[in-house]
Design a protein around this ligand. Structure first.
Ligand code: SAH
Ligand code: SF4
Ligand code: F3S
Length: 455
């Protein structure tokens, strides 16, 4: 094992903070934590005990960025008390602001762009030895990146549910979105590498894989070996020992019949799909550059449910996009009522740098956005609870992921439809798929009763 950069008798400690982020960002966080552990660092949750503070950031909404600024503000005093501490800011805010972050927060040591995660170890050594401050925003050389990511694997024990990035970046340029500007163009990872990584994760104890990308349905474009997302799923089914696969995020405009059929038929695929709709008004969808109408979205959902009535569905929705009228908002409410998602992530629109919509006229006031968001969330809370209650009495397969937060000897896991089930059971069931009978429903979880000892 390499030595941490601080050559003291005590092991160096790192504090890892993720202000918010999509799963791709969380995956980067996991990689950084693995890298730091391999260099001998121990994790701490104490700001003042840390030798390194690593902040991974998200820039997708204004609030997420504001959190980064306020956390960095708090670090001024930490650095004043302990000038030896090294502060690294990575992720999408780092990519977006670059050198400006070093200027604004003169105690930050490293600003690390989204293509530079793998250099964290070397950069840490450099800022320690040379007392310099670094902005590292490399071009995204995906081959290099993927390879480094791959090499980290064999030494680790896998999580029961393990994320695997299959592509990076996005080409869609939804008008509200900063992601293509901070993560770059869409790049797909080679299928053989993905398969190899999943095989290694399965050998290390993973039972479920979460395939990650901003738009996984368009996987494979630009690859030398022609492979579609559906091809990749079939290969995972036949060439690895993994039991369950989920993927996120799908784009409604790219949800092909072939993928719908695959979801219905391929046994390893969980009967669950996250399909962000964003709005129910065609006028707004068009201004968002989403590439589908509300009716087309409804048609896709009908098709999915025809092929697979068991399918669990979740979505993302935004209120207060520039120019959104009460009628537009009503269309969104109508769509939610019609579709009856099992779960929903909802947001108030905010202007983002580089996003085309930040220049659109007719901005919706903060008050109106807040009111619409409350209305929408209260409608969805009722739908989610009803759908959870409809589960009572059914028998569901659950992959046990760990002890439940409820304590009292309870363990927790997810159904294929992504519902959390808490139930009484022994710890040795961790990583096993068990059958449970659902006995009660709450707004965010279910209560179950163990029926089988697990496979
Ligand atoms: N690639 C995914 C998710 C991207 S970000 C997709 O295409 O759906 C996650 C969610 O954040 C989006 O689905 C959207 O609902 C929300 N979001 C993105 N930009 C936003 C903005 N400027 N204001 C408010 N919400 C936003
Ligand atoms: Fe952003 Fe749209 Fe790409 Fe999703 S598909 S990351 S919302 S630009
Ligand atoms: Fe946020 Fe960057 Fe993901 S902006 S949503 S962390 S790609």
């Amino acid at each position: 094992m390499q030595q941490p950069f601080l050559k003291t008798a005590d092991p160096a400690r790192y504090l890892f903070v993720q202000t918010f982020g999509c799963q791709m960002n969380e995956y980067d966080s996991l990689r950084v934590q693995r890298m730091l552990s391999r260099r001998g660092y121990l994790p701490t949750s104490d700001l003042h005990a840390a030798d390194v503070i690593f902040l991974n950031t998200c820039s997708v909404r204004e609030k997420a960025e504001q959190k980064v600024h306020s956390f960095l503000g708090r670090l001024r005093r930490v650095k004043a008390r302990n000038p030896q501490v090294r502060i690294i800011v990575a992720g999408c805010v780092a990519q977006q602001l670059g050198k400006k972050l070093l200027e604004r927060f003169d105690y930050v040591d490293v600003v690390l762009g989204t293509g530079g995660i793998d250099s964290v170890g070397e950069l840490l050594e450099q800022v320690q030895d040379d007392h310099c401050r670094i902005t590292h925003l490399p071009d995204r050389q995906e081959d290099e990146n993927w390879r480094a990511l791959f090499q980290q694997l064999p030494s680790i024990q896998s999580e029961i549910v393990a994320p695997v990035t299959i592509m990076q970046g996005c080409n869609n340029f939804c008008t509200y979105c900063i992601v293509p500007h901070v993560r770059g163009r869409e790049r797909s990872r080679r299928p053989n590498e993905i398969i190899r990584e999943i095989q290694l994760l399965a050998a290390g104890g993973a039972r479920e894989i979460l395939l990650l990308g901003q738009n996984v349905n368009s996987y494979g474009k630009g690859l030398a070996e022609k492979t579609s997302f559906v091809d990749l799923l079939h290969r995972i089914g036949s060439e690895t020992d993994i039991d369950r696969v989920r993927f996120t995020t799908s784009h409604p405009k790219d949800l092909s019949d072939a993928l719908v059929a695959c979801l219905a038929q391929l046994p390893i695929l969980c009967k669950y799909l996250h399909l962000p709709v964003q709005a129910g008004s065609d006028r707004i969808l068009q201004r968002m550059n989403r590439g589908y109408s509300a009716d087309r979205y409804r048609e896709r959902i009908d098709r999915l449910r025809q092929c697979c009535p068991e399918m669990g569905l979740s979505s993302d929705v935004m209120v207060g996009f520039p120019g959104e009228t009460e009628e537009d908002f009503d269309e969104t409410m109508r769509l939610l009522n019609d579709i009856q998602f099992d779960n929903l992530f909802s947001f108030a629109y905010s202007d983002r740098p580089y996003a085309a919509s930040s220049h659109f006229p007719d901005k919706v006031s903060r008050e109106v956005k807040a009111r619409r968001l409350t209305e929408l969330q209260s409608l969805q809370a009722t739908i989610t609870l009803n759908k959870n209650q409809a589960e009572v009495g059914s028998v569901r397969e659950v992959l046990v992921e760990g002890p439940s937060r409820n304590g009292e000897g309870q363990i927790t896991g997810r159904t294929q439809q992504n519902r959390i089930v808490n139930f009484t059971g022994p710890r040795h069931l961790l990583g096993k798929i068990v059958r449970t009978k659902i006995t009660a429903a709450f707004s965010h979880s279910l209560k179950g009763e163990l029926l089988s000892k697990g496979s």
